[in-house]
Design a protein around this ligand. Structure first.
Ligand SMILES: [Zn+2]
Length: 142
């Protein structure tokens, strides 16, 4: 399979970083959505993190997740991926991240934003293939 190149608009990128910074010291989490045919991420919706240890892991608040899904459908977008931040660690999937994945959907990407250096966020996108996270290339495209 050829390596996937993911696209995100400047506006969505800025919103992604802002959502992660706003959530500090907790992990931010949420969904990435866009136009289904193009597969480009054009919108980012943060979802409240209700994990009992929110600075080390994340769990979507169910009511917020439903609201975000409804908002996405209303704006005729599709779910393209998920994001969450790592406030103090590198952008590599944690054990909790590995255990939290239940789908092998090739159309969904998983983005981890490391805020180890808040002024220089480090982003790594992954696709989940054959039971593990595979790094994916991404680029800003407007
Ligand atoms: Zn994580």
């Amino acid at each position: 399979m050829k390596p996937q190149l993911l696209h995100i608009t400047t506006q969505a990128y800025d919103r992604l970083i802002a959502s992660c910074l706003e959530a500090l010291p907790r992990e931010a989490c949420g969904i990435l959505t866009g136009e289904p045919n193009i597969g480009k991420i054009i919108d980012v919706t943060a979802i409240a993190n209700v994990h009992p240890s929110p600075s080390a892991a994340f769990a979507f608040a169910p009511d917020d997740w439903v609201k975000a899904y409804y908002r996405m459908q209303k704006s005729r977008q599709s779910l393209l991926g998920f994001f969450h931040s790592h406030p103090t660690s590198p952008p590599h999937p944690s054990t909790a991240d590995e255990l939290g994945i239940h789908t092998d959907d090739l159309l969904l990407s998983h983005w981890i934003i490391s805020l180890q250096q808040p002024l220089q966020p480090e982003i790594q996108a992954y696709c989940y293939l054959n039971g593990c996270f595979q790094p994916a290339q991404w680029a800003i495209a407007d």
